[in-house]
Design a protein around this ligand. Structure first.
Ligand SMILES: C[S@@+](CC[C@H](N)C(=O)[O-])C[C@H]1O[C@@H](n2cnc3c(N)ncnc32)[C@H](O)[C@@H]1O
Length: 271
């Protein structure tokens, strides 16, 4: 169930809005998402329209389908929340998997970016799905209902994930591996670095499994530029360095992911 960001009581659909018992009301957008973001910090608006479009373009090329399959093979239970879902690529695959296994699956896609959630509405979901604009530090989801929480290349709030997960729920977290996109970085930067060692400890969770997925992708120039535009490097790179990708006609790029699967610890770790 989605919950009200103001009073934390359950929201229910009423016409074109979500309403709580305290009569706080949130319009459902034309495309079908609800904006439950309480404070609009100019510092954190998430991905913009250009990044969301580049992400869609690149992911639709199937280059991360092996990651999506790996995520789907780890899903537990029938209620899944994709936290920082972006434009919905993984959620779409998860819904297909849930619909093939059970008739009562339900999912949540939450992201702080309106552009990303708007784009996520344009995918098709094979089970009941609620899409909301919200901060991962204040998830608009009831306590103890999610059987699998997913976090792919995204910030995470351990206590919020802990709160929404059932006691036997799991968290799947995907982070960039050491070699992820190294050739792309070498094309753009003079002193490109491998990714640093990742600290996989999370308060409230114990690691129950880890997978190392690494392969190369042969990209044409346009695919390389979409990939670059969907990464955080895009806005951190000078126009001069970005120009290096404009001339590129193809590139072989390493995709490298660490996929961590966690159990929730039974002792509440947050004061
Ligand atoms: C690198 S993208 C990954 C998107 C998606 N998980 C994927 O892999 O396709 C990170 C996402 O996190 C979102 N984001 C950043 N900060 C956030 C926050 N505090 N709460 C919710 N979403 C956030 C961004 O808008 C963006 O969509």
């Amino acid at each position: 169930m989605l919950i009200c960001p103001v009073c934390k009581k359950q929201l229910s659909k009423s016409g074109g809005s979500y309403v709580c018992p305290e009569k706080h009301s949130f319009d459902i957008s034309r495309r079908g998402y609800v904006n439950l973001l309480q404070s609009q910090s100019p510092k954190n608006h998430g991905d913009d329209k250009q990044m969301a479009a580049a992400r869609r373009e690149f992911l639709n090329g199937g280059f991360y389908s092996r990651l999506r399959e790996c995520i789907c093979s780890n899903i537990k239970g029938s209620c899944v929340a994709d936290i920082c879902c972006g434009e919905g690529y993984y959620l779409e695959g998860i819904c297909q998997k849930l619909s093939a296994c059970s008739s009562d699956g339900s999912t949540y896609g939450i992201d702080i970016s309106k552009a990303a959630v708007d784009a996520a509405c344009r995918r098709s979901y094979a089970v009941q799905t609620s899409l909301a604009v919200a901060n991962c530090t204040a998830l608009p989801i009831s306590d103890n209902i999610v059987s699998t929480a997913l976090s792919v290349f995204a910030p995470i709030s351990e206590n919020e994930v802990y709160r929404v997960l059932t006691d036997d729920g799991i968290l799947i977290r995907v982070v960039p591996g050491r070699d992820h996109l190294i050739e792309l970085k070498r094309t753009v930067y003079d002193n490109a670095q491998l990714n640093p060692v990742f600290d996989n400890t999370l308060a409230g969770f114990e690691l129950r499994g880890a997978e190392n997925l690494r392969y190369t992708m042969r990209l044409d120039g346009a695919q390389t530029r979409s990939l670059f535009t969907m990464t955080p490097y895009f806005y951190r790179t000078s126009e001069k360095d970005r120009q290096k990708l404009k001339k590129l006609s193809e590139l072989e790029v390493t995709a490298h992911f660490y996929i961590f699967v966690y159990n929730k610890k039974t002792i509440f770790p947050f004061g």
